[in-house]
Design a protein around this ligand. Structure first.
Ligand SMILES: [Zn+2]
Length: 378
């Protein structure tokens, strides 16, 4: 890992900027004070970091994970941060924890939601502070804002059943309550990320004007169309479902019927991701790392492969963890793209990630800017 505390030039063989559909290069990228800067005469005197033979691209972003899960505490935070960085992930959005936790894990940039908001006696108490009403949720949002969270996470449905295909736990908040929650968050300039599965819960979220829909299993095509029109992000979290089929220790816990329900649910989600991408829905990569069988770091590549298998182009799959992900996380001004003015926050890999995502399994270099304390709540 290299930190751009000094000004330097990076010599690269190929560059993907995080947005376009093609490569540039070979060439040199100038870094000044941790930022990407246009070259000017005289730069030849700067130190050169030689990444010849490598492709550089923006460092990766995981839009949905839980740093305090599965253990529920803070003991493993440093190890999880190290695993994320080793996988080329320098920015994450934490989707909620049970206790209020400060994530100061430099150079990992954590977009924090603090404690998620759930409703008493409904799903989600393991990663939230349950409330009894929208009024209580409003007070909680004021409190979260005063503690410096970057976004608000609200849990608007249960999880889907492994025994009965298409059944989702109940939606605890009405459309009016969700609208009130979104309005209260906006008062503090905080976008709302909404855990929502099942078409009914997602429709309520769209009406309320949330920033992103998390999971969104069992959507209809009409709802996808609305998401595209309203430009609401979708983080479909395929990896945590696939983990139940691909992880030996989890698969053995499912009987034959459950295995087929999980397989069918994943197939359906992948089909809707393909249709959503074709309809213009902005799809972002989130792993739900911390969920059963989903490891912090390596799971992002699995998510990208599943998005690709669902029908996203290779460029769109990569955008889902770079430029689109930066917009989801509210860090577009700094991250997700290699262009002048952005953070010098990049990875180098051997080969062409647009042709073969698996090159991301071997991060040869990670370059990060000097840590700024505001990054913890960017
Ligand atoms: Zn989650």
């Amino acid at each position: 890992m290299l930190q751009t505390g000094v000004d330097a030039l990076i010599r690269y063989t190929a560059l993907w900027d995080g947005r376009s559909g093609k490569f540039d290069g070979p060439g040199m990228l100038k870094i000044k004070s941790g930022k990407i800067t246009p070259s000017v005469p005289g730069d030849e005197t700067l130190p050169v970091w030689d990444f010849a033979g490598l492709t550089i691209m923006p460092s990766l972003i995981d839009c949905h994970l839980h740093l305090t899960l599965p253990d529920g505490g803070n003991e493993q935070l440093a190890a999880k941060a190290a695993a994320l960085l080793a996988s080329g992930i320098a920015t994450v959005r934490d989707a909620g924890s049970k206790e209020q936790t400060e994530f100061t894990l430099p150079p990992l940039c954590v977009v924090s939601t603090g404690q998620a908001i759930s409703k008493v006696n409904f799903y989600g108490s393991h990663l939230s502070l349950p409330v009894r009403s929208a009024a209580e949720a409003g007070e909680m949002i004021d409190s979260l804002a005063s503690r410096g969270v970057a976004q608000v996470k609200v849990i608007t449905s249960g999880i889907f059943s492994f025994s009965e295909y298409g059944r989702v736990g109940p939606s605890p908040f009405t459309t009016a309550e969700l609208t009130e929650i979104v309005r209260r968050a906006r008062r503090h300039d905080l976008p709302v990320m909404a855990h929502a599965s099942g078409d009914e819960a997602v429709r309520r979220c769209l009406e309320a004007g949330v920033h992103s829909v998390e999971h969104g299993y069992f959507l209809t095509e009409e709802t996808l169309q609305l998401m595209a029109e309203q430009e609401i992000f979708w983080v479909p979290t395929l990896a945590p479902v696939a983990a139940w089929l691909e992880t030996e220790s989890l698969a053995v816990r499912l009987d034959g019927r459950q295995q087929s329900v999980v397989r069918r649910s994943l197939d359906q989600q992948m089909k809707m991701v393909g249709l959503g991408a074709a309809a213009g829905v902005k799809i972002a990569a989130g792993t739900d790392a911390g969920a059963s069988g989903v490891k912090h770091g390596p799971s992002l590549l699995r998510e990208l492969e599943l998005l690709r298998e669902s029908g996203l182009t290779a460029a769109d799959a990569l955008r889902s963890a770079t430029s689109v992900a930066a917009a989801v996380c509210g860090v577009s001004a700094e991250r997700g793209e290699l262009s002048p003015g952005k953070d010098a926050c990049l990875i180098a890999v051997r080969g062409n990630p647009l042709a073969d995502l698996s090159v991301l399994a071997d991060i040869r270099q990670l370059v990060v800017p000097p840590y700024r304390s505001k990054n913890s709540h960017l």
